[in-house]
Design a protein around this ligand. Structure first.
Ligand code: LLP
Length: 420
């Protein structure tokens, strides 16, 4: 299958660990991660950038898999961290990120979050709107804060509607005329130092052309000098299904840097902020079959679903799946979740070989935006994250407990303060 799971002697493995053993030991649903695969992806970025544009920095879009262990791996590999909000900032700092390499994002950053970022010494804050400028000018009272300005490149991209961010009507960044105005304003600011521009066209893009055009667009907006910074965002697509053919990281970086040579100053510093392409393929989600219902198409219901993976429901994302002990195709089934929603179908029409109650099912390529969007619907406890490497497995996030679910509920007055 796509991603990091492998077939060894008819048994599915990840990071050298047998998937059925992982399910027994850590329970299901569980997110299992091939740690070496995370590192390989990170190195593919650092090596391609070193080759094609050494004056550059890759930063991990932590929204794609926000937990300290994953961020720590990226930090160890030399990446900076892109944070969208106070929670991701706290996670990045807990993971040991160098504040100078933190890039702060958000289209509605609050005073509190901006103050946290400034206090933490975040190297770069991406200004999204004029109110960001007003707020930062109030908050930064000593020294300078380095900022980038996010511009809307007016580039369309062929991906899901909800993942297109570069169009004229995008809620992220400023349209070109306003961006030009914001540049003028930032140039006169005594506290904010405009270093360059940011652009991001969308996510899960399987073609390189929109990226090339975004560089062209951003190059024409303002004269920012020979050493300006250009943060070109993330967005490289990954292989979810057998049919997907995304560009390689090397080809993607080459496209961007070729375009940069044509449209940006030779002394420019480039930042890339990949998320999905770093983490998606490294992880798989393990479930156990709870019931098999015959019908026009066999329904295979598992012990997870839209609480641990919202991608099919939100974006129509297609995944593959296999049984851990009977790998590969069989009769087409619908793999459905356990939640009280008809929309809770993980994969329609997926071939599974003779599925039975108790079987372990693996859905590969669930490293990006699955754990991030996991939730407690129907009282689901969010799954553990398990790192697997060279045959050794360790939990890096434990499963949520029932107590965790009750922890924030405030007990009624008058019962001695105990809810349990
Ligand atoms: N930089 C910015 C400013 C972003 O907004 C994003 C993703 C990235 C970088 C990383 O993009 P990536 O390399 O992961 O494509 N929740 C959606 C995806 C949303 C992407 C949000 N922004 C999903 O589940 O598919």
């Amino acid at each position: 299958p796509p991603g990091s799971c492998q077939a060894e002697d008819g048994e599915l493995t990840i990071g050298g660990c047998r998937v059925t053993e992982l399910a027994d030991r850590f329970g299901t649903p569980a997110v299992v991660v091939d740690e070496n695969a995370l590192r390989r992806q990170a190195r593919a970025y650092t090596q391609a950038l070193a080759r094609y544009w050494p004056n550059s920095q890759a930063v991990f879009a932590s929204k794609s898999f926000p937990c300290t262990a994953v961020v720590r791996v990226m930090v160890e590999e030399g990446l900076g961290v892109d944070v969208a909000g106070g929670g991701e900032l706290v996670t990045a700092l807990a993971a040991g990120a160098d504040p100078a390499k933190i890039v702060v994002h958000g289209n509605a950053k609050t005073d509190e979050e901006l103050a946290m970022a400034v206090k933490a010494g975040a190297g770069t804050i991406v200004v999204d709107n004029f109110d960001d400028i007003d707020r930062l000018e109030r908050i930064v009272t000593t020294g300078h804060q380095r900022v980038l300005l996010r511009v809307i490149p007016e580039v369309d991209a062929d991906t899901h509607e909800a993942m297109v961010t570069g169009r004229r009507d995008s809620k992220f960044g400023l349209a070109i005329p306003q961006a030009v105005e914001a540049v003028a304003r930032l140039r006169t600011s005594s506290r904010l130092r405009l270093e360059g521009l940011h652009v991001h066209v969308g996510s899960q893009l399987l073609a390189t052309e929109p990226f090339r055009r975004s560089v062209e667009a951003v190059g024409g907006i303002a004269e920012l000098g020979e050493h300006a910074v250009y943060d070109l965002g993330g967005g490289l697509g990954v292989r979810y299904t057998y049919e997907d053919r995304p560009p390689t990281i090397d080809a993607y970086v080459r496209t961007l840097t070729d375009a940069a040579r044509e449209h940006l100053p030779a002394g420019a510093r480039l930042i890339l902020e990949p998320g999905r392409s770093l983490v998606a393929g490294a992880a798989a989600t393990l479930y156990r079959v709870v019931t098999v219902k015959p019908g026009p198409r066999t329904l295979v219901a598992v012990d997870g679903g839209m609480a641990d993976n919202l991608e099919p429901m939100l974006y129509g994302q297609r995944f593959e799946a296999t049984l851990a002990s009977r790998i590969g195709g069989g009769e087409p089934c619908d793999l459905v979740g356990r939640h009280c929603e008809s929309g809770d179908t993980l994969i329609r029409d997926v071939p599974l070989r003779d599925p039975r109650v108790g079987d372990v099912v693996a859905v590969p390529v669930t490293g990006a935006y699955c754990y991030s969007l996991s939730n407690n619907y129907n009282g689901a406890r969010r799954p553990p994250v398990v790192f697997c490497r060279d045959g050794e497995a360790r939990a890096v996030v434990r499963r949520e407990s029932y107590e965790d679910l009750l922890r924030r509920d405030v007990p009624p007055a008058g019962n001695g303060g105990s809810a349990r």
